[in-house]
Design a protein around this ligand. Structure first.
Ligand SMILES: [Zn+2]
Length: 305
């Protein structure tokens, strides 16, 4: 049985599923730089973080593949010819190589740490342009082609599902789900919301749910916003959505390109928040930027009690 099937059954049966916490900020917290995602240079660091999340009780772990795409590399150059002429050798192969490494390390961590418990590997994909800038989003046809390529790479590498995360507008989410359907992999979609619980594009979560429903995502979530904004978003999402829902806020403040860790939500209070959301029907609970394996272990314990 594919590792995602038991997770899907739990969602459909109305039970909770624990998602992992942050990868990128956890790399920083362990005093390793974010450069290169460290997938190729220091794979043991990434695999170790995944293992810690599996041991903390995560049912789904996410790959360290934030904004890994051909587009992200091309952005540094005038065009593809310029990249070939002045860029480091093999830049064209790097996005795919990183994605394959990202999925492989998560799978290896699962094999080492899950102890037979079903743990699914979610290929993490955010927006093609900056995740907080819906005004930069590419047109839907172009987006579909690029997402299809990334989703294929994730699926070929062995991802069990795709987690589209920190999505800021509806049409890009639709292009993503069409890509997942075209490739034939299960997918969740997680939106970032503002303090009004609205997408950064100004569209509502109700509109997002309506647009995505025909494409059958397995879950619709809210992520990468502070807990009060996620709470406001959930008040809109829960009544509008008949699909399983999820929430994984961030903890701390964005200090580009790194992260400022704060003590506003230590594991115990973060877990109380997640338990409260679970009590209101939120099915998937985990953590975004700034959360740690201790947060996820506390969420596991809180949900079990
Ligand atoms: Zn985040």
């Amino acid at each position: 049985m594919r590792p995602y099937e038991p997770i899907r059954e739990r969602l459909r049966g109305g039970r909770t599923v624990i998602l992992d916490g942050a990868i990128g900020t956890e790399i920083l917290r362990r005093n390793v730089t974010w450069s290169d995602h460290q997938l190729l240079a220091q794979p043991e660091v990434i695999r170790g973080i995944h293992e810690d999340y599996v041991r903390a009780g995560a049912d789904v772990i996410t790959t360290n593949t934030f904004q890994l795409s051909d587009r992200a590399f091309l952005h540094h150059f005038k065009d593809a010819d310029h990249m070939r002429r002045v860029g480091a050798p093999c830049l064209e192969e790097l996005p795919a190589a990183h994605i394959a490494a990202g999925v492989r390390l998560a799978r290896e961590a699962r094999d080492r740490a899950a102890g037979g418990r079903p743990v699914a590997v979610a290929g993490a994909i955010t927006t093609l342009e900056w995740c907080f800038r819906p005004d930069l989003a590419p047109d839907p046809d172009m987006a579909f082609r690029e997402y299809r390529s990334i989703v294929e790479q994730m699926a070929d590498a062995g991802a069990d599902l795709i987690l589209f995360e920190t999505i800021n507008n509806v049409r890009e989410a639709v292009a993503q789900m069409k890509a997942a359907r075209a490739v034939g992999v299960p997918a969740w979609v997680a939106f970032v919301v503002d303090d009004k619980g609205v997408l950064f594009s100004g569209e509502t979560l109700e509109q997002a749910v309506e647009a995505l429903a025909p494409l059958e995502p397995d879950a619709i979530l809210i992520n990468c916003a502070p807990p009060p904004d996620v709470e406001t978003g959930l008040r809109r999402l829960l009544p509008a959505c008949s699909l399983p829902t999820g929430a994984y806020p961030h903890v701390g403040r964005f200090d580009p390109p790194e992260w400022m860790f704060t003590d506003e939500y230590p594991p115990a209070s973060y877990a109380r928040l997640c338990r409260e959301w679970a009590g209101r029907g939120v099915r998937v609970l985990g953590g975004c930027c700034g959360t740690t394996p201790d947060h996820i272990a506390a969420v596991r314990d809180a949900l079990a009690s």
